[in-house]
Design a protein around this ligand. Structure first.
Ligand code: NAD
Length: 482
């Protein structure tokens, strides 16, 4: 691990300045590879949060009036700057969050694409004209920014999860207060600095860190906040959605998943193994769309397990800063402990450990790439989102069984299918309850595509044209001439 002397002081962005939180409580940023403290920082007090809301409110008045073309220009400049700073921001992500540097770099470059997409999409906030019933009346449907947004973003993709909310909000003409992840604060601060350096006016983007429940209680209830967007666990999402409901706030929820990967006996097995192995161990499995329930048809089950284990063996674990590393540590101690618990429970219920199964190294939060076969439907791993580098595999007989199993859980975010049959592909498309489905592919999450779940995985979309919708109000103006 290289020295972390360059790690910046963590500050909040409120009212047009970077400053420490005025709450006396502190939070420590931990290096996931060593488990040691990188830096302490102070959290936001209620006064800080109030100041952030006031700042966002003042800035909103002018930002909402800016021409969409002007907002677009500034966002495109943001995307360019983000690309220029990709190496520096990627380094921060890896130090704080653990993922390997090449993934962190792709996260920043992907974020630039997200900003670019919203820069363009923001120019298309079209209204419409509804034909009037009388000659003298006009009926206009117009779109307006929803107002000041409170966004809660997680630690697994610190830049990418934040940028989807910030860029969409700004393109729509909203101002925003982001409560970033306390576990990876400096990379989000670096992202916010890019927006500022590109010329986004002061106060349009605010960044706070704090005690999550205190920040969300304050912001969601605040009368000036009009929209809440959260990415994180289903349990917290339900709590925040209920709170938002009490205050009648617009909500987007991007929550947990437990993605089924259905591998049929006619599939291109090598393709399935190659793609699913990449997707499973990307970011050490800490992705809401990570494949986590591998359902493999009986006739190819043994062969798939052998091939998948062989592929997973090549995933070398180590420091994210080391170029030979294929998978970094987990982001925090909670995830490493959770993996140990999932594996022990699954084994006790009959699963076979084909690979890994334990923590790795003497320090930090590394966990071995793990493959379990014959996982019981009763194992916790088969029912709760693992959010880690554990592939759980079980056989199925008929495609109806696989679809029934895919739909059994309340999660419904992403799903994968591998088959050469057009008929089965169509059945998967029609019958699997999910927000996103990739067949013979893992290509989900591009900026132009809708990104979001249904059922307990949330509602709303963080990509595509749909994402902008959630930051806009619809206003009808009926005008009769007199
Ligand atoms: P957690 O449930 O404690 O927290 C999840 C996220 O919500 C964190 O970012 C946290 O800061 C935030 N949070 C928690 N309580 C909050 C509150 N009252 N108000 C506002 N924000 C709050 O879990 P964790 O240990 O941090 O993460 C593990 C679980 O979270 C995983 O099992 C996974 O399901 C989920 N998760 C999902 C995503 C995603 O991309 N959908 C990202 C991160 C975590």
């Amino acid at each position: 691990m290289e020295s972390n002397t360059q790690y910046p002081n963590v500050l909040l962005r409120i009212g047009g300045e970077w400053r420490p939180g005025s709450d006396a409580r502190r939070h420590s940023v931990i290096d996931p590879f060593t488990g040691s403290v990188i830096k302490d920082f102070t959290l936001a007090s209620r006064d800080d949060l109030e100041a952030a809301v006031q700042s966002a409110s003042d800035a909103f008045a002018a930002w909402r009036q800016a021409a969409p073309t002007e907002r677009s220009k500034l966002l495109r400049r943001t995307a360019d700057l983000l690309r220029q700073r990709a190496d520096g921001i990627a380094d921060l992500i890896t130090r704080e969050q653990g993922k390997r540097l090449s993934e962190a770099r792709l996260e920043v470059l992907g974020s630039a694409e997200v900003v670019e997409w919203f820069a363009e999409e923001g120019r298309r906030m079209y209204g419409r004209v509804v034909p009037g019933r009388g000659k003298e009346s006009s009926q206009l449907v117009t779109r307006e920014p929803v107002g000041i947004v409170a966004a809660f973003t997680p630690w697994n993709f610190p830049i990418n999860q934040a940028v989807r909310k910030i860029a969409a909000a700004l393109a729509a003409g909203c101002s925003i207060i982001v409560k970033g992840p306390e576990e990876a604060p400096a990379s989000v601060a670096a992202l916010v600095q890019v927006f500022l350096d590109a010329g986004i006016p002061s106060g349009v983007v605010n960044l706070v860190y704090g005690v999550p429940a205190e920040v969300s209680n304050f912001l969601i209830a605040h009368p000036l906040i009009r929209k809440v967007s959260f990415t994180g666990s289903t349990a917290v999402g339900k709590h925040l959605a209920a709170l938002a409901g009490q205050h009648m706030k617009r909500v987007s929820m991007e929550l947990g998943g437990h993605a089924p990967a259905i591998v049929c006996d006619d599939a291109d097995l090598d393709l399935a193994v190659k793609l699913l192995c990449v997707q499973k161990f990307w970011n050490a499995g800490q992705a809401c769309i990570s494949p986590s329930r591998f359902l493999v048809q009986e006739a190819v089950y043994a062969k798939f397990v052998d091939k998948f284990v062989a592929a997973a063996k090549a995933v070398r674990v180590g420091s994210g800063l080391d170029k030979s590393t294929r998978m970094g540590p987990l982001a925090n101690a909670r995830r490493a402990e959770a993996m140990t618990g999932f594996v022990a429970d699954a084994v006790q219920k009959g699963a076979r450990v084909e690979l890994g199964g334990s923590r790795s190294g003497q320090q930090g939060f590394m966990f071995e790439p793990t493959v379990l076969s014959s996982v019981s439907q009763h194992a916790r791993l088969w029912n709760e989102e693992p959010f880690g580098p554990v592939a759980a595999i079980a056989p199925f007989d008929a495609i109806d069984d696989a679809i029934a199993e895919a739909n059994r859980l309340p999660y419904a975010l992403a799903a994968y299918g591998f088959t050469r049959s057009g008929v089965i592909a169509r059945r998967l498309a029609q019958e699997v309850e999910t927000g996103m489905l990739a067949i013979n592919s893992i290509s989900l999450g591009l900026p132009e595509m809708p990104f979001g779940g249904i059922k307990d995985s949330g509602y709303g979309s963080e990509g595509g044209a749909e994402a902008l919708e959630s930051y806009l109000n619809t206003k009808l103006v009926v005008h009769a001439s007199v």
